[in-house]
Design a binder for this molecule. Structure first.
Ligand code: AMP
Length: 500
């Protein structure tokens, strides 16, 4: 079979009868994925020779249909625009319209939401069932320099932007991780993350399928079900965001002695457990070490750059740090004048290399502003300490300028989490005429615990410089989070502003 230039197709031909995906609806081999994605490509082409980078927005539950749609779009020469199953109709419509999707594909479960959007936007609409039975026909040859995917970023300050990557760029993002973390065909992983975001798409799905591994998907995250799956003892690796690990810790603590022992034993048999997409609290790392025997491998990355920094697969993983630049990734820290900072000084992370995205879709100015001399400006601040990179946070929301000092919200959160009454917290800066910004903490207390703002400040002042101790506290039942489980700090700022 001709691979049409799509690298995944060429590799899948080698894996033929191996299981690629295990989903609620069944198990599928690489051979099945090749046949179904060829049919999907032909259905999308509808007789045309090449989709010529038509944007195809698609929404399916995690599983076989998702991979078929993704590969089908690629094989037809289109640009894959995965939608988020958790987004309400206006957000779905925003992406369909911003990406100027020419085709919209939906699993029947989502057809009711997407068909009217497609009609309003003048896009052709197809269900995933219609992708399955296209007549035989030729597929185009797709050059790796062509655009392959647009992922919409969460957009902390502005409307989400479409991050465009080419086939070559995706391949670089994937092969970097496949080599660094030694993905192989014998690997089996459980996939619990959303499939509209880089973590679930690139780090798990695309890496796994590149390596010929087996990926099991779960429609809805359920901590007990995940632990029971771990307990079967045949998974080799697992990747998730810090909130997933926190939920797994909570479920484990709530289980009986016998269940805990069974769950932990299954987990111990894995070869690798990874955390990323948000800062991993050292406390969660330590709890996970105690429960599972694994020191989570923490890495740092971003939709625009793929994964850039990683703790080592073999060798010491430093808690609270994200390791070193991955092979093929150039990273540097610079000051506000764009000059490299001396070791030990904080600076903005800038990244360069084949994994970096091509452009923001239809936003040439935003693209131009985000690069300097070929380096992508991440907007994240880090420092190199003990020989490893430590993330201090996003300069726009996590670096608080108070009384002439620049303080890291992530560092303050790390300290506050040591308070016995605090379950979780998020620190933000609020505008203040005297101080520039004031350090404020949103706090979720442990069940039954009590604490007030004055006591928290007094406690914090014993452990942190006075200017880092929160001057205001807001006690919440839970922290606002996005579909990836990341705390949405602008919402916390808004909550403070609403509260006198
Ligand atoms: P996204 O593009 O949604 O993956 O978000 C990327 C952002 O998540 C980065 O710019 C960082 O601010 C944050 N991030 C990712 N990994 C880490 C990490 N290990 N520690 C702290 N922040 C992280």
């Amino acid at each position: 079979m001709d691979d049409g230039g799509v690298a995944w197709v060429e590799r899948a031909q080698r894996y033929g009868d191996r299981t690629a995906l295990v989903a609620e609806e069944g198990a599928y081999r690489y051979r099945d994925l090749l046949a179904a994605s060829a049919s999907a490509a032909r259905a999308l082409l509808a007789g045309a020779p090449d989709l010529c980078e038509t944007r195809v927005a698609f929404l399916t539950p995690p599983g076989f249909d998702y991979a078929v749609a993704q590969w089908g779009v690629w094989r037809a020469g289109g640009i894959a625009v995965p939608l988020c199953t958790l987004h309400p109709a206006p957000e779905l419509e925003y992406v369909v319209s911003d990406a100027q999707a020419g085709i919209v594909v939906a699993h029947p479960a989502y057809a009711g939401a997407l068909q009217p959007i497609a009609a309003r936007r003048g896009a052709r609409f197809l269900t995933t069932e219609e992708l399955r039975s296209a007549p035989a026909g030729e597929l185009p040859r797709v050059d790796p320099a062509r655009r392959a995917m647009i992922l919409y970023t969460s957009g902390t300050t502005s409307k989400p932007k479409g991050v465009v990557t080419t086939h070559r760029c995706i391949e670089a993002q994937v092969t970097t991780l496949v080599h660094a973390w030694e993905w192989r065909a014998e690997d089996r992983t459980l996939h619990v993350l959303p499939l509209h975001h880089i973590h679930g798409i690139i780090n798990i799905l695309c890496c796994g399928l590149w390596a010929g591994a087996q990926i099991e998907t779960m429609r809805k995250f359920d901590a007990t079900a995940v632990w029971e799956r771990f307990a079967r003892g045949d998974l080799t690796l697992f990747m998730a965001v810090p909130t997933v690990y926190a939920k797994l810790v909570a479920a484990w603590r709530g289980a009986s002695e016998e269940t805990r022992a069974r769950w932990s034993a299954g987990c111990r048999r894995m070869r690798l457990m990874v955390s990323g997409s948000a800062a991993l609290p050292v406390q969660t790392l330590e709890e996970w070490r105690e429960i599972s025997g694994h020191v989570l491998l923490e890495r740092y990355g971003m939709t625009e750059i793929g994964m850039a920094l990683s703790n080592p697969l073999h060798g010491r993983r430093l808690p609270g740090h994200v390791g070193q630049p991955l092979p093929g990734v150039e990273a540097r820290l610079v000051d506000e004048q764009n000059r490299p900072v001396p070791e030990g000084q904080p600076g903005e992370i800038q990244v360069r290399g084949p994994s970096v995205f091509q452009e923001y879709w239809n936003r040439p100015e935003a693209t131009a502003k985000s690069f300097t001399d070929g380096w992508f400006r991440t907007g994240d601040v880090a420092v190199i300490s003990e020989g490893a990179w430590r993330i201090l946070g996003r300069s726009s929301v996590d670096i608080i300028k108070t009384g002439g000092y620049k303080v890291s919200a992530l560092e303050i959160e790390e300290t506050l989490r040591e308070h016995p009454a605090i379950q979780e917290c998020a620190v933000v800066g609020l505008p203040d005429p005297e101080w520039g910004e004031r350090v404020c903490a949103a706090v979720v207390l442990r069940p039954g615990a009590t604490l007030d703002a004055a006591a928290l400040r007094a406690w914090a002042k014993e452990r942190l410089a006075a200017y880092k101790a929160p001057t205001r506290a807001l006690f919440l039942r839970e922290l606002p989070r996005n579909a990836m489980g990341k705390v949405t700090k602008p919402e916390i700022v808004a909550l403070f502003k609403e509260t006198p």
